[in-house]
Write a protein that binds this ligand. Structure first.
Ligand code: FAD
Length: 416
């Protein structure tokens, strides 16, 4: 047990979940922790760690069959936290691949697509990415403009994507595009070597520097019919997230054509839950580091841990972490019992990331000058939290999703 696990999360886990947690922790601390700061500084991806992560057998998470682990949503969440506790970039790499890319294929793919793609993705022999966001459509992703036009034997994709994690080296790119016949958003699998596809690394990030986020350009990219996902109809093996307002269409405030597809929304609800566990792991890593540091470093003839003000900060961090864990754990149980709603997961993601922001900020302060050096993990964690606060729905957008659910009034658009 780490010092940050004060209320003993382990007691809430099954023996299998506890075992998986220890396995991931050992691998992260032994194999990954020693090298990540250097890669973060260079903003390079350590490709040689991929087989080590693959050997953990966690890619695919809750997906059953096709060589995927089929673990509980709690186990999947714990893995996300354990990886983020050591390195948030590594955790984002896996989440984009597994909880976005693979889950989309699992929920929306045909049997043949699942058989073809999931086994090698589950071993990390091939890598997936997930392209929804566009340069002009971030929070307003449902208005996306990338088009898919039907031609003989397939589709022509044309448009741009931005911020897509893993896209500079992914083998399978999940791309959302607007069908020019129906005006609905459809989902396509684009292969890395497709003519007309280009992915360029976004430089100069101040957080998650190891993750390779890309600008994607699709210039008349041909996708054969067999690589268009049929959609939600094959969605049986994952818990469905209930959309309370969907029977009352108009309160959403969007035209149907400008709403994200059921497939995209189901994937986002599940992956947002995973993303909510990243800040928990990050905060735990920061707290554990600070706890050690304050006991070792002396000022005014005493360890920093002996001062009331430093203890107050530590206790505030620890309290935040216990509350974050309990909210995250409860969200997993709601998901498991089919009681998850978009508002519930959005509130969780928004609240947890905001508490983690406070926690890592206190940690950075507690380390004094060393709190701005990547050598001590805290500065890197502090920076890594910023993009997590923003992706998978910014704090504001997740607040509005929860606000819509509790009031029945959508306020995403300014009043006319
Ligand atoms: P904008 O939408 O322009 O928002 C700017 C600000 O305006 C924010 O503070 C926002 O909260 C606020 N705002 C916007 N609309 C409203 C409103 N209606 N009411 C109040 N405030 C509002 N996307 C993918 O598809 N795949 C990925 O793999 C992926 N990975 C990412 C990784 C990183 C590191 C980052 C930074 C982003 C990633 N994204 C990815 C994109 C991410 O989901 C978007 O950045 C996010 O949705 C916000 O969009 P935006 O950056 O365009 O900001």
């Amino acid at each position: 047990m780490s010092t940050s696990d004060y209320y003993q999360l382990d007691d809430l886990l099954t023996p299998e979940e506890q075992g998986l947690r220890m396995k991931v922790r050992e691998c992260m601390e032994k194999e990954i922790a020693p090298i990540m700061a250097k890669y973060w500084e260079k903003a390079e991806f350590p490709f040689h760690v991929v087989p080590k992560l693959g050997a953990l057998g966690i890619a695919g998470g809750t997906i059953k069959g096709y060589g995927c682990p089929g673990v509980s949503i709690t186990a999947n969440a714990i893995c996300a936290a354990e990886i983020a506790r050591v390195d948030a970039s590594c955790s984002t790499f896996i989440l984009v691949h597994s909880s976005l890319g693979m889950l989309t294929i699992s929920i929306g793919g045909s049997e043949a697509q699942k058989q073809k793609y999931l086994p090698s993705l589950s071993q990390l022999k091939t890598i997936a990415c997930w392209g929804l966001t566009e340069p002009d459509y971030g929070s307003d992703a449902s208005s996306l403009k990338t088009t898919a036009t039907k031609v003989d034997g397939g589709w022509i994709l044309e448009g741009q994507k931005r911020w897509i994690g893993n896209s500079t080296f992914a083998d399978v790119l999940v791309i959302f595009a607007r069908n020019t016949t129906t005006n609905q958003i459809n989902t396509f699998l684009v292969m890395k070597d497709a003519p007309g596809l280009q992915a360029t690394k976004i430089e100069n990030k101040i957080g998650l520097r190891i993750v390779q986020n890309g600008d994607i350009v699709l210039k008349r990219v041909f996708v054969p019919d067999e690589d268009r996902l049929p959609g939600i109809n094959s969605f049986q093996d994952t818990n469905k997230v209930h959309y309370p307002w969907e029977t009352d269409g108009p309160i959403l405030g969007f035209l149907v054509a400008y709403s994200l597809t059921a497939l995209c929304k189901q994937v986002l609800a599940a992956s947002r839950l995973m993303v909510a566990w990243q800040p928990i792991g990050i905060s735990m890593g920061v707290y554990d580091m600070c706890h050690r540091y304050l006991k070792e470093r002396k000022q005014f003839g005493a360890p920093l841990a002996a001062f009331q003000l430093t203890q107050q900060k530590l206790v505030c961090m620890l309290g935040n972490i216990q509350a974050m864990i309990l909210v995250g754990w409860r969200l997993c149980k709601l998901y498991d019992s089919g009681k998850m709603t978009p508002g519930r997961v959005s509130l969780g993601k928004a609240w947890i990331t905001s508490k983690a922001r406070e926690t890592t900020s206190l940690g950075r302060e507690l380390l004094g000058g060393n709190g701005i050096l990547t050598d001590f993990l805290v500065a890197k964690a502090f920076c890594d939290l910023e993009p997590i606060y923003t992706y998978e729905g910014t704090y504001d957008i997740n607040t509005l999703v929860a606000g819509r659910e509790i009031t029945g009034i959508a306020s995403f658009k300014p009043a006319p």
